[in-house]
Design a protein around this ligand. Sequence first.
Ligand SMILES: Cc1cc2nc3c(=O)[nH]c(=O)nc-3n(C[C@H](O)[C@H](O)[C@H](O)COP(=O)(O)O)c2cc1C
Length: 216
Amino acid sequence: MSVDLKAVKNALTWRYATKAFDPSRKISPEAWAVLEDALVLAPSSYGLQPWQFLVIENSEVRQKLKAVSWNQSQVTDASHFVVLTTLRDVSADYIKGFIRRNMEVRNLAHDSFAGYENMMIKNIVDGMEKTTIRTWNHRQVYIAMGFLLETAALLEIDTVAMEGLDPKAYDRLLGLEQSPYETVAAVALGYRSADDKNQFAQKVRFPKDQVIKVIR
Ligand SMILES: Cc1cc2nc3c(=O)[nH]c(=O)nc-3n(C[C@H](O)[C@H](O)[C@H](O)COP(=O)(O)O)c2cc1C
């Protein structure tokens, strides 16, 4: 195996929820491109990708978002700030658009995907309650969040996942209220401040044998 197991383990322990970012340090465009890949390449149920990721570069907007994020400094101090949003619903039109994308990418006719398309419309659009679809979509977004956090750690880029925010206020500030998408959570990324005491704190996890059970 060519993967360096120690390096991966080190990245997992090096990563922590960064409370204070160094505002003077920015993620390079090359590293940022890989972090975007982590979001784009994250898996989702049926491959539907019911999400959009908003990279907030505007500092005034970031100030406003901070005010509705318990005033957490990471919103304005991190190099990059991403709002993770998800579809409020999954419609037959969305599924058809996804199938068109499959046809395009794999250069195949609609026939190859007709069964898949019908099955998804039957199971999701006709078969699921709207509230179930909504929570299901939210769950997909957390997979992308995990990919982003882990990829950043491997690149020695600091992150904090953020649920400490008012999603409705985010939707208002970002003009999402009339859009098909709604805010789920956010991730701030950049480089830790030398003063952030959190980086020195022992990680608190339950013992491995309590969390992982082998069923033989
Ligand atoms: C979904 C999610 C939401 C979180 N929201 C916040 C947040 O709003 N602010 C914050 O400082 N930390 C937040 N955290 C960080 C957690 O508190 C932290 O990951 C946890 O205590 C474990 O510590 P570690 O990440 O340093 O190992 C969040 C983490 C997750 C996964």
